[in-house]
Each structure stands twice: as structure tokens, then as C-alpha cells.
Design a protein around this ligand. Structure first.
Ligand code: ATP
Ligand code: MG
Length: 283
């Protein structure tokens, strides 16, 4: 018998919880957008694999930052997600399907820019939309060049741009096909501090509008926390996923969060792990 209001409320909660549990049992499970299962990549050129037994499930629209010392396997892992690198063992799935090669669903920004030197900046960005048969590829390219602040150099050759500008063209090119997955390898590494801050804000605004799933490799701990929902820290020799941190800050974010004690504490905790790992790779 229910004897108090508190008991009644608890009963309602119990019934509701049971209902949710039943609903969860019967609802079809949505696979993670990207799912890495026990992936090892061994190039056979070191005593240790580049990546060992890495598992990571990334939901649709999630923003993941990947941090770790040089050589810990970040680019290798990104290449596995992109379908450019087949794991020696283990699996990678995109929307529940095995990722067997490069996919149009993934836009990739490489660590070193990889523009077509024989095409203008505009034509580099228009290339993807044109190939996919999207309407108005040049219009898409012009819009994106404006987004990354490069309208002025649309007709220039890539070789006439600075490294940072070339990298921004690479970002525009990766975004041009509106891919549901964006894989970015240190995309802002070559930018000056001011441009970098602007690009971070621009990326967050693009992400907010289009909600792609993002895997963003960086060496910058503040950048990782500022941008991501989850920070994945890798360790080295062999490359493994060491820790994952949920980032507790609400969106939209402003740079003001960097002064909050929770931000500073998270930054310190991540820095401690990376410092210890970086020391390992110097031995
Ligand atoms: N194609 C390749 N062939 C042979 N070895 C490779 C290849 N690509 C990467 N490696 C090795 O795999 C390890 C991880 O390299 P990776 O480029 O993934 O590191 P990273 O974390 O991206 O480093 P960085 O921060 O310096 O970019 C390194 O030991 C590297 O020498
Ligand atoms: Mg790399």
C-alpha cells in the first residue's frame, strides 16, 4: 500500500524507469557513426605497433578531439577512420557498415595540405561538389572561401599562398561536400594565434549549423577542450587510447570558459598525462 506522497512519487519513477527500459529494449539500436573495435595498425617498422587495440565509439554529431604526443598514432587512427588505412587487425565501421575504403561521407583535412597545384584555389574547393554532381559547385566554393576568409585569393594558384592559407583552403575543400563526418588532422597547426582563434569559432559555428561528426587531431590542449564534447588522449609506444574526458561546458561556448576552474583543472589533468607520455618517446 502507498502510504506517503514520497512513496507515490518513487513508484511513478519506478514505473517510468521500467517503461524507458522496455522502450530501450525494443527500439532498434542506432549504431555509432564511427566505431573502432580493437584496431591494431602495425607497419612492421618499429618494435611496437603504431596503434594497438584501440576501441572508440563516436555518435552522430559528436565532436571528438584527439590528443597525444608526437608519433603516438593520431594520424594513423584518423586514416583508419577515413578508410585510407586498413587495420592489421580489428575493425572500423561507418554507420554500422565496415569501412573498406575512402568514403564520400568523410571530409578529410590532412596534416600537410594536399591541394591540386594545377587548379586554382576556387577550383580546388569546387572539385568535390562537382564530382558529386551537386548544383552550383562554384557558388558553394565561393561561400566557403568567404567562410575561411580567402575570397580575395579565389583565382590564385595554391603555391602562391602561405602555408596557413593553403591549410584554410584545405578546410574549405573538406567542407564543400557537406560530409556527415569531418576528419581533421591538426588543421589549425600552421595558423597564427589570431587566425587560429577565428577559425576555431568559425568551425564551432559550422558544426552548430550542420552537426557533422568531427574527429579533430591537435597538440593544443586548450583548443581540444574548447572545441570538443570529448577529449581522447593517446599514449605512445605502442599507440593506445589512454584516457577519455567528457568536456562539461555548455554550448555555445565562448573563450571565457578558459578561465573557469573546471577548465583549468581539466587542462592540468590532460597535460600531466601528455607530459609523461612525451617523456617516454624521448627515451
Ligand atoms: N605509412 C607509414 N609507414 C610506416 N610507418 C608509419 C607510417 N605512418 C606512420 N608510421 C609510424 O607510425 C607511428 C605513428 O605515426 P603517426 O603519424 O600516426 O603519429 P602522430 O601521432 O600523428 O604524430 P604527429 O603528432 O607527429 O603528427 C610512428 O612511429 C610513425 O613512424
Ligand atoms: Mg600526425
Amino acid at each position: 500500500m502507498i502510504t506517503s506522497k514520497a512513496q507515490a512519487t518513487r513508484l511513478v519513477h519506478l514505473v517510468e524507469d521500467a517503461g524507458y527500459a522496455r522502450a530501450a529494449e525494443t527500439a532498434p539500436a542506432i549504431p555509432p557513426r564511427l566505431h573502432l573495435k580493437n584496431a591494431t595498425v602495425d607497419f612492421g617498422n618499429r618494435q611496437w605497433p603504431a596503434v594497438e587495440n584501440a576501441s572508440l565509439a563516436i555518435g552522430a554529431g559528436e565532436f571528438i578531439a584527439l590528443l597525444g604526443p608526437s608519433g603516438c598514432g593520431k594520424s594513423t587512427l584518423l586514416n583508419v577512420f577515413a578508410g585510407f588505412q586498413v587495420p592489421t587487425s580489428g575493425d572500423v565501421f561507418l554507420d554500422g557498415e565496415p569501412q573498406r575504403g575512402p568514403s564520400a561521407k568523410c571530409g578529410v583535412v590532412f596534416q600537410k595540405h594536399s591541394l591540386f597545384p594545377w587548379r586554382s584555389v576556387l577550383e580546388n574547393v569546387a572539385f568535390g561538389p562537382r564530382r558529386l554532381g551537386l548544383p552550383n559547385p562554384l557558388g558553394i566554393a565561393r561561400d566557403l572561401l568567404e567562410t575561411v576568409g580567402l575570397s580575395d585569393v579565389a583565382s590564385a594558384w595554391p603555391s602562391s599562398l602561405s602555408g596557413g592559407m593553403q591549410q584554410r583552403v584545405g578546410i574549405a575543400r573538406a567542407l564543400a561536400t557537406r560530409p556527415p563526418v569531418l576528419l581533421m588532422d591538426e588543421p589549425f597547426g600552421a595558423l597564427d594565434a589570431q587566425t587560429r582563434a577565428l577559425m576555431q569559432e568559425e568551425l564551432l559555428s559550422i558544426w552548430d549549423r550542420l552537426r557533422p561528426t568531427v574527429v579533430f587531431v591537435t597538440h593544443d590542449i586548450e583548443e581540444a577542450i574548447f572545441l570538443a564534447d570529448r577529449v581522447v588522449v593517446m599514449q605512445t609506444r605502442p599507440g593506445r587510447i589512454a584516457r577519455e574526458f567528457d568536456v562539461p561546458f555548455a554550448r555555445p561556448r565562448t573563450t571565457g570558459i578558459m578561465d573557469e576552474p573546471a577548465f583549468i583543472e581539466l587542462r592540468r589533468e590532460i597535460a600531466d598525462i601528455i607530459r609523461a607520455e612525451a617523456r617516454k618517446s624521448f627515451r
